[in-house]
Design a protein around this ligand. Structure first.
Ligand code: SAM
Length: 402
């Protein structure tokens, strides 16, 4: 059983979509966390309260930042209760605070993760009642403290959620409606594509504008969490002045975008949504929005990156029209894309083949439950035939699972 040693800072974990772990690790290295290590869907690092604030404000690909409180054997009720009871909950709570325990994973000793969460809840309540003579209330909606329990076989990890709403909820886009790309995944796709704001960028199928807006945030060095609050602001030891200093420090990094970012869509409603969302995100000066068919491709400058998430359709009957769209996109790349690099996030491998170009990279990523491929196409000047499917060009597969 292990409770993290406080002298080296807290043990922290940033969670992410599978496939983005290494991008997230590099982001953490960029924030000075050379110790960051990747796991499956997580990156571990160490730090204090300032590091928690900074990670929440500035990480582009993290979904949540958790502070690990205990990690150890949990083969059944007694060992899980004992593990949870070792945590000094009286330091995490102030009197009157509500809490909830959220569970994930699978523990071999429990019928369900939800049942295991009840055991942790009991351990928290019992420890605080013994010390304070009163117990904190459970609140399913908006608890003051959100405790995460993660079960893996005969082991469990118990952590505090410092983020609250997932960090993909930047606050610039209304939630609900047709499911667009998660902001964290859009940022991850851009970082995997090597985008750093110095290249002209085009998303010709922008939808709600997530890719272009995340590009705008990268290009202007804007903190993605600048417009929202975090769960750690309700922690008893929250330091408002320290968070304010982190917010000011992040704001001082802002600068003008160095290269154009163009978001296009043929649907006027999408165009209006991109404009509204870009304004809300504070990048309306960096993102140009155009109503245009993607097949009339116009590169925004030399050495451009095209990054797009074309529709992949789930309804029967969509396929023929979509195949024609992907074929048209491939033709447009060949005719008008010379000198650019295109990255397409596709959820349907058959449709991807219709592009008719051989990808030079394939990266597996998950868009929620949908296993997607991020495909890279190098659009060479005057070499149309060389890269078409069936040629002898290299076909690298990165992180493709067997
Ligand atoms: C899957 S959505 C993109 C979602 C977007 N990444 C987001 O996060 O909101 C695909 C978009 O492609 C647009 N689209 C489809 N065919 C198009 C075409 N030929 N030209 C331009 N846009 C097109 C649709 O209107 C839709 O907004």
């Amino acid at each position: 059983m292990r409770t993290p040693a406080p002298d080296r800072g807290w043990e922290l974990v940033a969670t992410c979509t599978r496939g983005l772990e290494d991008v997230l690790r590099r982001e953490l290295t960029g924030l000075g966390h050379d110790e960051a290590r990747c796991g499956r869907g997580v990156v571990g690092f160490r730090g204090d309260l300032a590091a928690v604030y900074r990670a929440n404000l500035r990480l582009r690909t993290a979904m949540r930042v958790l502070r690990t409180l205990a990690e150890g054997p949990a083969a059944g009720r007694d060992s899980l209760y004992e593990l949870a009871a070792t945590v000094p909950w009286e330091e995490m709570f102030a009197r009157g605070m509500t809490f909830a325990v959220e569970s994930a994973g699978r523990g071999s000793g429990f019928a369900s993760a939800a049942f295991a969460a009840l055991i942790v809840k009991d351990a928290i309540v019992d420890r605080l009642r013994a010390r304070w003579g009163s117990r904190p209330d459970v609140a399913r909606e908006r608890p003051d403290l959100l405790v995460h329990l993660h079960l893996t076989g005969e082991r469990a990890g118990i952590a505090l959620d410092s983020s609250g709403e997932p960090l993909s909820h930047r606050g610039y886009r209304p939630r609900g409606g047709p499911a667009p790309l998660a902001e964290t995944l859009a940022a991850g796709v851009l970082l995997l594509a090597g985008y750093d704001g110095s290249q002209p960028l085009l998303d010709p199928m922008a939808g709600t504008g997530t890719i272009a807006i995340e590009a705008g945030l990268i290009a202007t060095r804007s903190a993605p969490g600048a417009r929202r609050a975090f769960a750690c602001e309700r922690w008893p030891r929250h330091q408002p002045s320290l968070l304010a200093a982190e917010r000011d420090g992040a704001a001082r990094l802002r600068r003008k975008a160095a290269a154009p970012i163009v978001a296009g869509d043929r649907d006027p409603a999408a165009v209006a949504a991109v404009r509204r969302n870009a304004l809300e995100a504070g990048v309306d000066d960096a993102v140009q929005v155009v109503q245009k068919d993607a097949l009339d491709l116009a590169l925004p400058g030399p050495g451009a990156l095209i990054v797009a998430n074309p529709p992949y359709g789930v309804r029967l009957g969509d396929t023929a029209a979509l195949r024609a769209l992907y074929r048209g996109l491939g033709d447009a790349f060949k005719r008008h894309g010379a000198g650019a690099t295109a990255w397409l996030l596709v959820g349907n491998p058959d449709l991807a083949k219709a592009v008719g170009l051989r990808p030079s990279r394939r990266i597996v990523l998950f868009n929620g439950p949908i296993e997607c491929r991020l495909l890279r196409f190098d659009l060479y000047e005057g070499s149309r035939g060389r890269q078409e499917v069936g040629s002898t060009g290299a076909d690298r597969q990165d992180s493709e699972r067997s």
